[in-house]
Design a protein around this ligand. Structure first.
Ligand code: PMP
Length: 402
């Protein structure tokens, strides 16, 4: 029955993680996955999360019951304030549901749109997080996946004019447009505020449906409000219905706990009530209820002034470390006079940068130097440490110059 199934390539990112684990070279470097790593390239448990866990687990009333179908109520409220702002004036019309992390929020949002609106097309940035295409393809292959030309690979800048004209000329009313709220994956480059304003105006003029994917709030710049600026601009300054997929994987370091929320901004209370009804049914049919453990941790940190203050320090710690590694890598590449354009490494935001390295050079980095990065040439800055950054720059220089 299943022998004729078509086989796809294994997921590139997860295949590299396995290959890295199996590599015994003592100086191997992992620049592929989007997971924060500490000064010794190890996973980091945020001190705010550690404290919240201790408080939760020392309370003997903490049980293992199901959450409600919509999820952890305090998490939903606090997640809303976090992304839309504490004085969220239209909160009464936002339908929010807990999801299996950011991936689940993207998936449930796509499923909801496919069932509720049956859009003709979804517009996805080129390039993007690989899963956007996967998700939309599996949810409904009849919805045409189209791309807008976000990134100029030669100059490492945003193709702003082309993006605008693509949306203006080719997108049709009711089409979905996926935006990365901040710290665009994989390019590390975001629209400026003026550019966001222009993009919002086009969405409004054409009546498109913005779908924000926010996987890096606070983690990108260390400033929660700054990283939510794009979403808040659309929310407060347009009357568009829109979706937000919110992940707590990176900004809380809760990768395996799978904490996320999907928000659908409905603009009227009747639309909100119908949306919640449909989201509940779709989620019930898929997961019944979302996981409780990570939701409790995030809700606790966001709801406790001391823990929240600690969390903001943790975010700054992570973003400062990434910024300093960006500088160290750029300095070392310049010291070796490595051919290519590298300045953007310093100005890119968040975890990722594109290197412009070619497939053969990427293969050599892995084969000869045991340095792992995605086939697209994207590096994850968090894999860099004081111990390996020089080795990485030297190896990049070698593969570029030989
Ligand atoms: N969106 C983007 C742009 C991402 O980079 C990621 C994580 N790599 C996610 C969503 C989903 O993350 P998660 O499911 O782990 O919360």
């Amino acid at each position: 029955l299943f022998a004729n199934l078509s086989e796809a390539e294994p997921d590139a990112a997860f295949a590299l993680i396995e290959a890295y684990k199996a590599d015994n070279f003592p100086f191997k470097v992992d620049l592929s996955p989007g997971f924060y790593r500490d000064e010794d390239a190890r996973p980091w448990i945020l001190p705010s999360v550690e404290k919240a866990k201790q408080q939760l687990w020392s309370d003997s009333t903490t049980d293992h019951e199901h959450l409600p179908i919509l999820g952890h109520t305090a998490l939903l409220d606090r997640a809303q304030s976090l992304i839309f702002g504490a004085t969220c004036k239209d909160a009464a019309t936002i339908a929010s549901i807990q999801t299996i992390a950011g991936t689940g929020a993207n998936h449930l949002g796509a499923l909801f749109l496919a069932k509720a609106r049956r859009p003709r097309s979804v517009w996805i940035s080129d390039p993007t997080w690989i899963n956007h295409h996967e998700i939309w393809q599996w949810v409904d292959s009849r919805i045409e996946r189209q791309t807008y030309p976000y990134f100029n690979k030669q100059s490492f800048t945003i193709n702003f004019e082309d993006t605008i004209s693509t949306l203006k000329l080719k997108a049709k009313e009711g089409d979905i447009v996926i935006f990365h709220g901040c710290a665009h994956n994989p390019t590390g480059i975001d629209f400026t505020k003026d550019q966001w304003k222009a993009v919002a105006a086009v969405c409004e003029e054409k009546n498109l449906v913005p779908f924000f994917d926010v996987a890096y709030q606070g983690f990108a710049t260390g400033d929660l409000a700054e990283d939510a600026w794009s979403v808040r601009h659309f929310f407060y300054n347009t009357s568009l219905e829109m979706l937000v997929a919110q992940s707590f994987s990176k900004n809380f370091g809760l990768y395996g706990e799978r904490v996320g929320v999907l928000h659908v901004v409905c603009r009227t209370e009747i639309a909100k009530s119908k949306t919640l009804n449909m989201l509940s049914r779709l989620s019930r049919a898929e997961i019944t209820t979302a996981p409780i453990n990570g939701a409790r941790i995030v809700a606790k940190v966001l709801g406790d002034a001391d823990l929240k203050q600690q969390w903001q320090k943790d975010l700054l710690h992570m973003s400062h470390r990434m910024k300093s590694m960006r500088k160290r890598l750029l300095d070392a590449l310049l010291k070796y006079q490595t051919p290519g354009s590298w300045d953007h490494i310093l100005t890119d935001i968040g975890m990722f940068s594109m290197t412009g390295l070619q497939p053969d050079q990427i293969r050599q980095l892995k084969g000869i130097y045991h340095i792992y990065l995605l086939p697209s040439g994207r590096i994850s800055i968090t894999g860099l440490t004081e111990h390996n950054v020089e080795y990485v720059a030297m190896s990049i220089n070698k593969v570029v110059t030989t």
